[in-house]
Every structure is written in structure tokens, then in C-alpha cells.
Design a protein. Structure first.
Length: 215
């Protein structure tokens, strides 16, 4: 810990704990806001499917269906993309807050080295420390990435993109095979583009500041 005025250790611990609780509260509120946005998005998408289904019952698969389906899918793709961008940004921000809390734990250990064996989260602000905080007593595997909120949003939006491409192709009078091919290409292209953009922004953000307390 950096040298400073002659401040009692209890006061230093109180200052560090205040910062720690501030980061915890920010993480909680941030993820609560993101989950609310995802819930709203899925609710709107479900309502859109109901509207399209009722339209089909009334007007069939004619011009009204194509106009409504293409319009709603385009709107859902825009809303989903914005939500996906927000999720990606929050994941980067969350790691920044984890790094901050790891630094605070390093200060706790400096104040009382005896607490180090009891901490299940990281006390360094490098990649090793961040992984320890996220995984705690175990190493995170591929299932954590596959089941992550970010990948979930990419999957949902990619499906909407595929449906949008297929609807536009069908509205243009293409046959079923071409419609399926275009829909599949749109799905894969959207997923690949968004995943590439997310990883690029994540690497750019994490590589900006070198660790102050490396392992």
C-alpha cells in the first residue's frame, strides 16, 4: 500500500470498504438494468409474434402479412442490436469493477496479510486475478461462455436477423430453398459480425491499462 499520512489502519479499512461497497452496488444496479432491458425486449418480441399470428388468422399470408412481419422483424432487430450493444458494454464495465475490487482486496491483504488464505476471489488486477474472482474456487469452462448473457443476446438477435432476411426474400417472390438459404446466411453473418465486434471492443478495453498489482 502506498505510503501516506499517519492514518490508523481502521480508518484506511473503512475508506477501502466504502469504495468496495460502492462498486458492489454499481455492479448490482447495472446488471439489474440490463436484465430489465432484456426482459422488455423478449416481451415485445413475444407480443409481435402474437400480433403476426392474429394477422394471419384474419388476412392470411398475403400482402398485409408481409408488410407487418417485415416491419416488426426489422424493429425487433434494431431493438435487439441496441440491447446487445448495451450487454457487451456492461460486460466490459463489469470486468473493470472486478479489477477495482481486486485492487481493494490487495489493500486489505496489505493491512492484514493473515486474511489472504480466506479470500476466494482475486487480489491482483491482471487476467489471473480477474479469472479467479469470476471463478472463485474453480476454473470457468466453455459452458460459462456458451451460457453467458452476451452470447444469449447474440443468438436471439441472430435468429431475428435470419427471420428478417427470410421474410424479405419471401416477400420478393423467391422459392422456399432460396428463402431458407438467405435466412441462414443472414443468421450466421449477423452472429459472426456481432461476436467479432464484441471481442474486438473487449480486447481494446482490457488492453488499455496495464495492471497495477500483477500476480
Amino acid at each position: 500500500m502506498a505510503e501516506g499520512p499517519d492514518v490508523p489502519p481502521a480508518v484506511r479499512a473503512q475508506i477501502l470498504a466504502t469504495e468496495h461497497w460502492s462498486l458492489l452496488a454499481t455492479r448490482s444496479m447495472t446488471w439489474s438494468e440490463v436484465m430489465s432491458r432484456i426482459s422488455i425486449l423478449l416481451t415485445i418480441e413475444s407480443a409481435s409474434l402474437v400480433v403476426v399470428g392474429l394477422t394471419v388468422q384474419v388476412a392470411g399470408f398475403g400482402h398485409a402479412f408481409h408488410v407487418l412481419a417485415v416491419g416488426l422483424s426489422a424493429a425487433m432487430l434494431v431493438l435487439g442490436t441496441l440491447t446487445g450493444i448495451r450487454v457487451a458494454n456492461v460486460m466490459t464495465d463489469d470486468e473493470s469493477m472486478v479489477i477495482g475490487m481486486n485492487r481493494l482486496r490487495a489493500a486489505y491483504v496489505d493491512l492484514d496479510p493473515g486474511v489472504a488464505p480466506y479470500l476466494v476471489t482475486g487480489i491482483t488486477d491482471d487476467l489471473i486475478g480477474v479469472r479467479r474472482t469470476y471463478g472463485m474456487t474453480r476454473t470457468r469452462g466453455p459452458s460459462h461462455f456458451i451460457g453467458s448473457t452476451g452470447l444469449f443476446m447474440i443468438a436471439v438477435n441472430a435468429i431475428v436477423a435470419g427471420v428478417f432476411g427470410a421474410l424479405v426474400t419471401d416477400a420478393c417472390g423467391a422459392n422456399g430453398f432460396l428463402t431458407a438459404v438467405v435466412g441462414g446466411v443472414c443468421l450466421v453473418a449477423y452472429a459472426a459480425a456481432f461476436l467479432t465486434m464484441t471481442l474486438r471492443d473487449y480486447r481494446r478495453a482490457t488492453g488499455r491499462n496495464p495492471p497495477a498489482f500483477p500476480s
